[in-house]
Design a protein around this ligand. Structure first.
Ligand code: SAM
Length: 303
C-alpha cells in the first residue's frame, strides 16, 4: 500500500489546482476573526525539493508550477496575464524560494501552516501514514517551531478525523474548521472511504468546509466520486463547488501512457467567492499548462 510518494508529483498540475484553490478557500475563511481548526487527513512530507532524485525522475513540476513561473513570472516580465488566485499561489510558493530560483515546493501542511493566524489561535492537525514521509513531515514541521499549534499523527486520517469533529468552540461559541482530504487513491477503496468520511463528517459538523481532491481517470470509482459528494452535500442542505483542470497530452507513441492529465477538487461549504475566482483562473492555467488532446476546465457550483 505504501508505493505512493508525493515527492514524485510535487508541484504538478494537480498540486497547482489543489493548492491554488486551497489558498483561496483559506484566505476567505481567515477574513473572519474566530479561530479555525485545520485538518489535513493525508499530509505527505510537507516540503519537497524540486531538484531531488524524486522530481528528477518524474519531472512533473515541469508541467505544473515550474511552467507557470516561467510563463507568468520570468525575469523579462510575464508572457501572459495572470489572475488574483494564480498570483496569490505563485507569491506563496515564491516565499519559500527567497533566492529566486524554484527549488522548494510547499505541500499542503506548509501551505496551511504558512497561512494560519497565530493571533487567532488557529490549529493544524496533520495525519500521515507512510513511515518515511511521516518522519520527514515531523522533521520539516519541527523546524518551524510551531509548538502546540501544529500536531502530527502517524495514524489513518479517515479514522483520526472523527474525534476532531466538531472542533472546539471559542469563547463566543463559534466552531470553525477546514478539512483537506487528499488521499493518493492508490487503493480503490480510498474512493469509498472519502464518501463515507464526508457523510460522517457532515453529521458531526455540518458547517465545516470540506476540501477533497481526486484524480480524473478512467475508473468508475473516480468518475462516481464527485456525483456521490454532490448528493451528500445536497442531502445535508449544504452548498458545494466542483472544479476540474485537464492539461491533456501531446500525441502519444503506441503503448505510451500519458500519466495523470486531469484532476478535480470538490468543496462542501465553499467560500461564495471561490467559483468566480476559479472561473477566472482555470482558463489561464489551461492556456499555460495545456498539452493538447483532452485539455479543458470546468467549474460548477450549487445555487
Ligand atoms: N496533501 C499533500 C499535499 O497536498 O501536499 C499530498 C498528500 S499525498 C496525495 C497522499 C498522502 O497520504 C501520501 O503521503 C500517503 O502516504 C498518505 N496516506 C495514504 N493513506 C493514508 C491514510 N489512510 N491516512 C493518512 N495518510 C495516508
Amino acid at each position: 500500500m505504501f508505493s505512493y510518494r508525493h515527492a514524485f508529483h510535487a508541484g504538478n498540475h494537480a498540486d497547482v489546482l489543489k493548492h491554488l484553490a486551497l489558498i483561496a478557500t483559506l484566505r476567505h475563511l481567515m477574513l473572519k476573526p474566530p479561530a479555525l481548526t485545520l485538518v489535513d487527513t493525508h499530509a505527505g512530507a510537507g516540503l519537497y525539493r524540486l531538484d531531488s532524485e524524486f522530481t528528477d525522475k518524474g519531472g512533473e513540476a515541469e508541467h505544473g508550477v515550474v511552467r507557470l513561473f516561467s510563463v507568468l513570472r520570468p525575469a523579462q516580465g510575464p508572457m501572459a496575464a495572470s489572475t488574483p488566485l494564480i498570483d496569490d499561489y505563485l507569491d506563496l510558493v515564491a516565499g519559500f524560494n527567497p533566492g529566486g530560483s524554484l527549488r522548494v515546493y510547499p505541500g499542503s501542511p506548509f501551505v496551511m501552516q504558512h497561512l494560519m493566524r497565530h493571533e487567532a489561535r488557529d490549529r493544524l492537525k496533520l495525519f500521515e501514514l507512510h513511515p518515511t514521509d511521516g518522519k520527514t513531515l515531523s522533521s520539516n514541521i519541527a523546524q518551524l517551531e510551531a509548538g502546540r499549534a501544529v500536531v502530527i499523527k502517524r495514524d489513518d486520517g479517515f479514522e483520526g478525523l472523527k474525534p476532531l469533529l466538531p472542533p472546539p468552540a471559542d469563547a463566543q461559541g463559534s466552531r470553525r474548521g477546514l478539512v483537506l482530504i487528499d488521499p493518493s487513491y492508490e487503493l480503490k477503496s480510498d474512493y469509498g472511504k472519502v464518501s463515507a468520511c464526508i457523510q460522517d463528517a457532515l453529521k458531526r459538523f455540518a458547517t465545516g468546509t470540506y476540501f477533497i481532491w481526486y484524480p480524473v481517470i478512467p475508473r468508475t470509482e473516480a468518475h462516481d466520486l464527485p456525483r456521490k459528494l454532490r448528493a451528500l452535500a445536497q442531502r445535508a442542505g449544504r452548498p458545494w463547488l466542483h472544479a476540474t483542470l485537464a492539461i491533456g497530452h501531446p500525441p502519444l507513441a503506441p503503448n505510451e501512457r500519458p500519466g495523470l492529465t486531469a484532476s478535480g477538487v470538490f468543496v462542501v461549504n465553499p467560500p461564495h467567492t471561490l467559483a468566480d475566482g476559479l472561473r477566472a483562473a482555470l482558463p489561464v492555467l489551461v492556456d499555460v499548462l495545456g498539452r493538447g488532446r483532452g485539455q479543458g476546465h470546468a467549474v460548477e457550483a450549487s445555487g
